[in-house]
Write a protein that binds this ligand. Structure first.
Ligand code: 9WN
Length: 422
């Protein structure tokens, strides 16, 4: 079977009528930033499905504008933890009519909406896609600005899950002061679908559950009581990239708006996260002001912005001994030389396909055409060879996490269309 046929088969299998699950066993609900990546793949097959994927998420938007981390399928509530019964979102102010988590995920949605529109502008106009998406996306960005941004101009995450890179070394220090949820047994349905050595530990899960419960019990109010508040480079870079996309969407609709200025303000604020000694951006604990001194792939993501002033240093770091572009398998999620490096455990070293896709964008944007093409072709090869794994051992390419993972297929499909075999 060709890559294209295999990727299509997987996406069709994971489609649930209005959205695509990230993986049928491990992740049986709709996830926020997954849906944006998945829509970027669907747009090559069905502009309509790509639009529905995003619209399904918008229909779960909260009245304060937040797009939830997870929209739950109530029929699968025993299969993932924490689920709808944990969040009890109907009891929280401003929640939508469907059960969701109270947290959010990185804001890649406006960027995805623009790419989906461009894939088939006629179908998009016929369905009034941008007219409906634009207000939802503006409300989402307004939530980030009004509820999640402090004087630094950067948006913070209140839980590691919100970064999408759940057990990154960035969170080690901010999590060290967080108590563990007092549970006899941590519910881990995830371990039925992935090896324990590939997933976060029980200790991390106890802290995740403590933070999520405290945020829920404070009415998801963003009132400053959170015990975890961190500025993450990838979250803010994606926000700036999406703000630029909103500017283009506004232009399509003939709206006048100041999205470009807003994007520039976020990009300027990102400079607070620059670490000259490490040659990359780092996370910052917004409660203590401390920079988290680790090289992770998140710290390279600002390269997706064309005007980023640190492009030469970032490219050097990407090519250097910490990430070894061209020698490692795709792009490791964390510095392969660091004491925290782990070849299997999630976001502490393994290579992921969404971040490789972001680095293809970054390399293209900064004129490294040859490396962009070569990384794109590697994404396609490894996606297929690994059975569309969730992530890979960064030296051997052995599959890690779950298989048949939707964004792996969607993003490989996208690159297959954009970088046809020479
Ligand atoms: C928690 C769904 C999600 C991705 C994240 C990835 C993983 C969840 C988990 O799966 O996180 O949201 O249970 O580990 O880290 O990026 O969105 O694919």
């Amino acid at each position: 079977m060709t890559l294209e046929a295999a990727a299509i088969r997987l996406l069709v299998r994971n489609w649930r009528g209005r959205y695509t699950v990230p993986a049928g066993g491990l992740y049986p609900h709709q996830w926020s930033w997954d849906s944006a990546f998945i829509a970027i793949g669907w747009r090559h097959l069905s502009a309509r499905r790509a639009q529905q994927e995003l619209e399904s998420l918008f229909s779960a938007q909260w009245s304060d504008g937040r797009l939830p981390q997870i929209v739950f399928d109530p029929s699968r509530d025993d299969d993932y933890s924490p689920g709808a019964a944990f969040w009890r979102s109907a009891e929280l102010p401003g929640s939508p009519p469907v059960p969701t988590a109270g947290l959010v995920q990185p804001p890649n949605h406006a960027w995805a909406a623009l790419l989906v529109h461009r894939a088939d502008p006629r179908e998009s106009r016929r369905r009034g896609f941008l007219e409906r998406a634009y207000p939802a996306l503006v409300a989402w960005h307004t939530y980030l600005r009004d509820r999640r941004t402090d004087a630094s101009g950067l948006a913070h995450v209140v839980h590691p899950w919100e970064s999408g890179m759940d057990n990154s070394p960035f969170w080690d220090e901010p999590l060290s002061a967080v108590p563990e949820a007092g549970l006899d047994r941590v519910p881990r349905p995830d371990l039925e679908h992935a090896a324990a050595t590939d997933r976060p530990s029980d200790t991390e899960y106890r802290k995740y559950l403590h933070l999520a419960a405290a945020y829920r019990d404070a009415g998801v109010a963003d009132d400053g009581s959170e015990q975890f508040r961190v500025h993450d480079p990838a979250v803010n870079a994606l926000w700036a990239r999406s703000e630029l996309a909103l500017g283009e969407i506004a232009g399509e609709l003939g709206e006048r708006a100041d999205h470009d200025e807003r994007a520039q303000r976020i990009a300027d604020a990102l400079e607070r996260l620059w670490h000259p000694g490490l040659g990359c951006y780092v996370a910052r604990d917004a409660r203590t002001g401390r920079l988290q001194e680790h090289r992770t792939v998140s710290g390279l993501v600002p390269l997706i912005l064309s005007g980023v002033p640190r492009a030469p240093e970032l490219l050097e770091t990407l090519r250097g001994p910490s990430f070894r572009l061209g020698t490692s398998v795709l792009v490791p999620s964390a510095d392969v030389q660091a004491p925290t490096f782990d070849t299997s455990r999630y976001w502490r070293g393994p290579s992921w396909f969404n971040t490789a896709w972001l680095m293809v964008e970054a390399l293209e944007r900064h004129g490294a055409e040859h490396e962009a093409r070569s990384l794109a072709r590697d994404v396609i090869t490894h996606a297929e060879a690994s059975g569309f794994a969730e992530y890979l051992h960064p030296f051997t390419a052995a599959a890690r996490g779950t298989r048949a993972f939707s964004w792996t297929a969607a993003l490989a499909l996208d690159l297959h269309h954009r970088f046809p075999k020479a």
